[in-house]
Ligand binder design. Sequence first.
Ligand SMILES: [Zn+2]
Length: 71
Amino acid sequence: MKEVKIGTCPFCGGEELIESNVSSMTSGVCVSKSETRRAILFATVCRDCGSVVRLFCKTPENLYPKKERRE
Ligand SMILES: [Zn+2]
């Protein structure tokens, strides 16, 4: 997984960005209760203005095995 670096908040210019666990989500294509199909959703939130700068999943490979990824 590539690393994304966010230096400052694009909305207020704040430099204090925190990562927070939002919830868990499951694949919409193949709904399964298997833990391997689950990935945790995280948000990068600006501590100064509260904007959600980025939403991301820390384990995207858990949603789709690489070979069956959508095109
Ligand atoms: Zn901000």
